[in-house]
Design a protein around this ligand. Sequence first.
Ligand SMILES: [Zn+2]
Length: 258
Amino acid sequence: MRASLSVLVAMALFAGPVKADPFKPGFKQQVELGQKAAAQIRNEEKIVKESDPRVQLMRKVAQKLTAHIPENEIKKHPYKWSFDLVDSKEVNAFALPGGPIFFYTGLFEKFSTVDELAAVLGHEMTHIREEHWANAYADQQKRNLGITAVLMIIRANQDMVNIASISNEVLLSLPYSRGQESKADRSGFRLMVDAGYNPKGMLDLFDTLAKAGGGGGTPEFLRTHPADKSRKNEAQKLIDAESKKGTKFPATTPMPKF
Ligand SMILES: [Zn+2]
């Protein structure tokens, strides 16, 4: 059902002069929504101060990763990156549209290598770069409306995005598809390797997450990012393919003691 709807919508999009998906918030709107939600989170949560060495390490790693995002992509999508650390036991990290990324100390403290940190950052950055939230939002709107209404709207060339009506709740709770998650792993891997991190950090991350989930109560990050065998196998395949190309990975870097 979902596939046939997508096909119909795609056909309608290609048939007429309409180019953009009328249900998908544009990049500027994504930035606006992301900034608004980030401001609220900074008001409500205990944010670790900028001078903290953990925040500085996170931002240093993030900067090394963003330095490898192609110039032409940035021209099209001028990201407003920000990297905040929330003082909370919650084992979580998430991205908001347009650039804000929030990390929880509960997850940060579990890393044994800097490469694991780079793996999560690269993954979350991909959700932003690929506009995963905006695409998930557009899909949800279309599913709610049904095919007939969606096609009428597309034919009428109506813009259906009203960002004032999009709550922070919708911004934070919309689930990503399995396909989006595996794309985030693949592009995150690329970014890590290009920035000089050891992609073994991805495998270690899955082990760290699985361990974190062992002692009762599933961490938030695991609920949205199952550290199952297939995800780990996919990461291993990426590493093997890259090694076959002759890429040499640097040693993993142990996390400093804070
Ligand atoms: Zn994800």
